[in-house]
Design a protein. Structure first.
Length: 199
């Protein structure tokens, strides 16, 4: 029997530059315009979806963004191909049932300073850094199943936090140094260095 009201959900996978992560893309917005990273089961309380994904023994971390979930597997899990079908089936059923993805109230309570949103008390250089991250960096890294969040700026040094497939990815340091740092130095002369901050 087909339930009315809830659309049929399709899920497909995309490889990411990080061999430990896999991007699961839905034909539905999960977390419009935002992203959230859960490094372990203990931090997943604000997201019923992430909490249930952690019940799979091979899931190490969960990253949720606009219309996709990036999952990082444990080192013991040999091959993504062994586990993809069960995750796709779980996500399809979960979303078709209309269950909540993220509880926004709980997220607001845990929000740290890592945000690319410009606030009124940001100094001019920080506003320019955040705008560059939002307009140029975010679309590119989301395609690879990740996100990069602004943490701080001081004395020419920009601290960023890598999330999703970017976290722990061998090629993310090249992206950070050659791509993002190079672009920031060209577009924002005050920037001298870009570094990744550990979770």
């Amino acid at each position: 029997m087909i339930k009315t009201g809830n659309p049929v959900i399709s899920i497909y996978t995309e490889m990411t530059p990080n061999p430990e992560t896999m991007k699961f893309v839905a034909n539905k917005l999960l977390y419009p315009g935002k992203s959230i990273d859960f490094q372990d089961e203990a931090s997943a309380a604000p997201s019923p979806l992430a909490t249930e994904l952690f019940s799979f023994p091979f899931i190490k971390s969960v990253f949720i963004a606009s219309n996709f979930v990036t999952l990082t597997k444990t080192n013991e899990t040999e091959d993504w191909q062994d586990v993809i079908p069960s995750i796709k089936q779980f996500l399809k059923e979960y979303l078709e049932e209309g269950k909540p993805v993220v509880n926004e109230e709980e997220v607001a309570a845990m929000k740290s300073q890592s945000s690319n949103e410009v606030s009124a008390d940001d100094e001019d250089v920080v506003k320019r850094i955040k705008e560059l991250l939002e307009n140029y960096v975010k679309p590119a890294v989301e395609m690879d199943g990740g996100a990069i969040q602004f943490r701080s700026y001081q004395d020419g040094k920009v601290n960023l936090m890598l999330q999703g497939s970017c976290s722990g990815c061998p090629s993310s340091m090249i992206t950070l140094k050659a791509g993002i740092e190079g672009m920031m130095k060209r577009m924002i002369p005050e920037v001298k260095e870009v570094v990744a901050e550990a979770e």
